[in-house]
Design a protein around this ligand. Structure first.
Ligand SMILES: [Mg+2]
Length: 211
């Protein structure tokens, strides 16, 4: 089982900023261009009344099965961070190393996506958060999904700082007609020096692997 050619970690400044939407859109764009894409959600917790889980949505985008994207024993049916949900449900504690060991990749994967859970410093396992997961996964690129509006400069600065890997900031739901969105984009890129994109096509173009 050779390692994927390229690994991207999908992180977010917080929960509900659009990590899954961005990851699924990336997968679709790359597959349309002929790349082989796989996605993993090492653990997911969710409100069971909410409909399609992240694993379901990623599976639909990559063509994998949802329980390959996230092993069934890492589905936690309560809306808390995964290790907290596990405890609330009376299920076993687990470590970042457990999650990494469970991430299996098929042969011939050009790009592998790993979606984190919650925000950058949200617990992903009993012994670590999404930054610790990034340390174990060693991604080629971290995609930091952020809102485009009020508060995003603070959120991006805080969330990008802990990563050792290169970070690209994806301002999700960006509206070029919105003065604040444009100002936030300019500030982050020009004053703070972040690599900023505002649409999935531009983000997809950052892959170095070509079909
Ligand atoms: Mg998600």
């Amino acid at each position: 089982m050779p390692a994927p050619a390229e690994r991207w970690l999908i992180a977010g400044t917080g929960t509900e900023v659009g990590k899954t939407w961005v990851a699924a859109a990336l997968a679709r764009a790359w597959r349309a261009s002929g790349l082989c894409v796989a996605a993993r959600k090492p653990a997911q917790s969710f409100d069971p009344t909410d409909g399609a889980t992240d694993a379901d949505q990623l599976a639909a985008a990559t063509g994998e099965a949802a329980d390959v994207v996230c092993p069934r024993h890492r589905w936690y049916e309560v809306a808390m961070a995964p290790p907290m949900a596990a405890e609330a449900l009376g299920r076993d504690a687990f470590t970042v190393a457990d999650l990494v060991a469970e991430m299996q990749w098929p042969d011939g994967v050009d790009v592998a996506l790993v979606e984190t859970a919650g925000g950058v410093r949200s617990p992903i396992a009993t012994d670590g958060d999404n930054v610790d997961l990034a340390g174990a996964v060693s991604p080629d690129l971290v995609v930091l999904v952020a809102d485009a509006g009020l508060g995003t400069i603070n959120a991006v600065r805080l969330a990008a700082a802990p990563f050792a890997a290169p970070v690209v900031v994806m301002l999700n739901r960006y509206d070029g007609g919105d003065t604040l969105h444009r100002a936030n984009r300019a500030w982050l890129a020009e004053r703070d020096g972040f690599d900023v994109v505002v649409d999935v096509d531009a983000l997809a173009g950052r892959v170095t692997r070509r079909a």
